[in-house]
Design a protein around this ligand. Structure first.
Ligand code: SAM
Length: 280
């Protein structure tokens, strides 16, 4: 027996409203219907029929009502037009990070280069760059073995090659003149901000990916910039995603270390969320 997608969608949205605002409920329902049935908003508007009742909907709804992010419930996140497997061992990729990838692609051409992504998580930055710059030789590191399993799984699904390694950037000795580009979206949220953050982020996303000690919020920027100073080739570039509150301090840090052409970039919301600099 076929079912009306519009009726099913309206019911789903209505149930989600017990937990979320209407707009958020609709957004989440659209993601679920797209993922399960391949239905867009327009398909639902046109009331395309669903062949039979789908038993997957009820457990999905229950997990969403418990506050679990839809990306973890579906084990799926879209990033830069690509489809990624995600689970609670990795950060859910954010829009600002897509903008960082766009910036890097805009500023760097197709010539063969050695690239390093530090704190790769699900591998989104490394793999999105890999698909758009097939000549680049890309390495990506993370401290979490579980995150690296996810990143390797994504590389396999997308049929891409990235050299993933388990390394702690806080203790890594520098290499010499190795990379043309070093990129990182490191942990940067001071622990004190936990109290102000949405419950589903704090409860479900990995602590290792998000938080830093309140008394040393720039620990990763400091370690990565020092590593990059020796490990980048001459005129090699460093790209960071940053917390807008620390833009000025990161600019000062890079300046003190001797980086050149330091630029703080705004995201689409006009927030200072990226930094780039060149090794002299
Ligand atoms: C903010 S997440 C970024 C994940 C992914 N690159 C993205 O943009 O969605 C930071 C990542 O850094 C990793 N990480 C935390 N401490 C680290 C360390 N000491 N060395 C290397 N990676 C670390 C975390 O496991 C996490 O995957």
């Amino acid at each position: 027996m076929s079912l009306s997608s519009k009726v099913l969608y309206d019911q789903f949205v209505h149930e989600l409203e017990a937990k979320w605002e209407l707009d958020e409920s609709k957004k989440v329902a659209e993601i679920v219907f797209d993922h399960l049935f391949g239905f867009s908003r327009i398909d639902i508007f046109l009331n395309k029929s669903i062949p039979q009742s789908d038993e997957r909907l009820a457990p999905i709804l229950q997990r969403l009502l418990n506050g679990e992010p839809v990306q973890y419930v579906l084990n799926h996140a879209a990033f830069f037009g690509l489809s990624f497997f995600v689970n609670s061992e990795v950060l859910i990729p954010r829009q600002e990070t897509e903008e960082l990838v766009a910036l890097i692609l805009k500023e760097n051409g197709h010539t063969s280069q050695n690239i390093l992504d530090i704190g790769t998580g699900s591998g989104v930055i490394a793999l999105a760059l890999c698909i758009h710059r097939p000549n680049w030789n890309i390495s990506a590191w993370d401290l979490s073995l579980e995150a690296l399993d996810v990143a390797r799984h994504n590389a396999h699904q997308l049929n891409l090659t990235v050299d993933f390694r388990c390394l702690d950037i806080l203790t890594k000795d520098p290499d010499t003149d190795q990379y043309h580009l070093i990129i990182s979206n490191p942990p940067y949220i001071p622990s004190a901000e936990k109290l102000l953050m949405a419950g589903h982020v704090v409860k479900y996303e990995p602590e290792l990916a998000l938080f830093v000690a309140d008394d040393h919020p720039l620990i990763f920027y400091d370690a990565i910039a020092k590593y990059a100073l020796k490990s980048l080739k001459e005129k090699g570039k460093l790209y960071f995603e940053i917390h807008e509150d620390f833009a000025h301090q990161i600019q000062t840090l890079l300046n003190h270390l001797g980086f050149e052409e330091i630029v703080i970039h705004d995201d689409l919301n006009k927030k200072a969320r990226m930094a780039s600099a060149t090794r002299g």
